[in-house]
Design a protein around this ligand. Sequence first.
Ligand SMILES: Cc1ncc(COP(=O)(O)O)c(C=O)c1O
Length: 464
Amino acid sequence: MSALPPGDPARLASGPEGSRTLRPLVHTVLDALDSGRRARGGPLPAGGPGAVAARVRDAVGDVLPEHGDPDALRTLVHALAEGAADPADPLCAAHLHCPPLAVATAADLAASALNPSLDSWDQAPAASELEALVTRALAHEAGLADAVVTTGGTESNQLALLLARENHGGAVRLVCGANAHHSLPRAAWLLGLPEPVIVPAPAGTVDLAALHDALTELTGSRGSRGSLVVAATAGTTDAGLIDPLPEIAGLCAAHGARLHIDAAHGGGLLFSERHRDKLTGLEAAHTVTLDLHKLGWQPVAAGLLVVRRPRDLDVLHQRADYLNAGDDTEAGLPDLLGRSLRTTRRPDILKIAVTLKTLGRSGLGALVDQVCARAREFADLVHDHPGFELHGRPVISTVLFRPAGATDDAVAVIRRRLLTEGRAVLGRARLDGRLWLKATLLNPETRSEDLAALLKQVEGSIPG
Ligand SMILES: Cc1ncc(COP(=O)(O)O)c(C=O)c1O
C-alpha cells in the first residue's frame, strides 16, 4: 500500500495502486481534451501567435509555484487542446502530421506508465523482445533484414549516413536530389562529410540523366568505388513524389555506390496492396528510412531505420559496464545498447506493435487507400474549379494548388490568413519556380464535404 492517500498528486502511475490512481486522471485528460477542442472550435486557434501565447501564459500562471495546483492537469491539457493545430480536424492538412489512432495512443499510455528503457535488458525484458520481433517483421515487409527504432525521419537519415561512413572506411560523400529532405545534407554536415553533391530535380524527382552524369564524374575522378552514398526519396516532403527507385538502384549498382532511400513519407504505402508497387526498388537499398508518425497514424515518435545487412549495425556497438557488461552478455543477457545512438529510450515499438496487430495489413492498407483516394478527389475538385490551378495528380496524398493567376505573395497571404483566422491549416511548397498551397491529406475520416469546405475556405481568403 502507498503511504500517500488516494488522490494525492504525487502517487505513481504503476505499481499496485497505479491503475486506480491513473483512471480518474485519464478521465480528467479526456474531459480537458474535449473542452479544449470545443473552445478552439476549428482546426487551429484563431488570433495568431500573439493571442495564443497570451492564453497559454494566462493558463500557466506561475510555472513553478511554491505550492502545487491540483487542477494543473485539467488546466494545461485544456490550454494545449484549445491552442492545438489538430490533425484530426479535416481542415488541418498542412504537413506530414498525422492524426494518431486511438489504439496507438492508448498503447502509448502503457509505455509511459511502465516506463521501460531499451538501453538494457534489466530495464525492458519484454519490451526488448517485442522490439526485436516487430523491427524484424517491418524490415521484412520492406524486403530487407533488420531495423532499429529512431525518433523519426531525421534521426534515421543521420543514422543511415553514419552507417555508410563507418562501413566505407570512414569517408563517404552524399549524392542526393535537390528534392531530398533537408535532414540529409544536414546529417552530412553533422558527420563531417564532404559537401554533398546535389543533383537537380526540376520536376520534383531526381533527374536520372543528371544523376548518371554526377556518378560517372565522381567515380571517374576519385577512382574509389563504394565511397559514395546516393539518397533517393520515396515520398518527397513538398509534393509526395517518388524518385525512380529501380533506375536509381541500377545506377548505384553500376557505379558501386551505396543506396539509401528516404521513405519517411512513402513507406506506409507498403501496407497497401493497391499502392505498394510504387515502392518497387526499396529492397535494393542498403538502408531505408521509415516513419510511422507520418503515413502510419502513430503518435510521435515512430521512426525506423531499416538495413539490408544486419552486420552494418555492428558499428553502433558500445560497451558500458552498468548496462551491458561483457560477462552479462556472455551469460545470455541481451545486449541492447548497440541498437541506437541514444541511451535511455522509450518503447515506441509498443504502439506500433499494437497498431499492426489490431488493424492487420489490410486494415492499415485500407487507411492508406482512403487518404490516397481523398487526395485524388481533392485534386479533381481543384482541377474542375476554374478559379484554381492544380500542380499535378497526387502520387500519395499531397495536393499542390494555387488560385489561378495569383502572385506568390498572394498565395503566401492566403495561407497566413487561414492560419491566423483559425480556419484551415495548409502548407506551402515552391515548385517549378512558383509558390503553391499544399494540402497533405492524412486523415482517413475526412469526407467529401470537408474537401469542398477546404477549397471554399481558400476561395474566401483570396486577397480582393
Ligand atoms: C522525406 C522526409 N524525410 C525525413 C523527414 C524528417 O522526419 P522527422 O520530422 O520525423 O524527423 C521528413 C519530414 O517531413 C520527410 O518528409
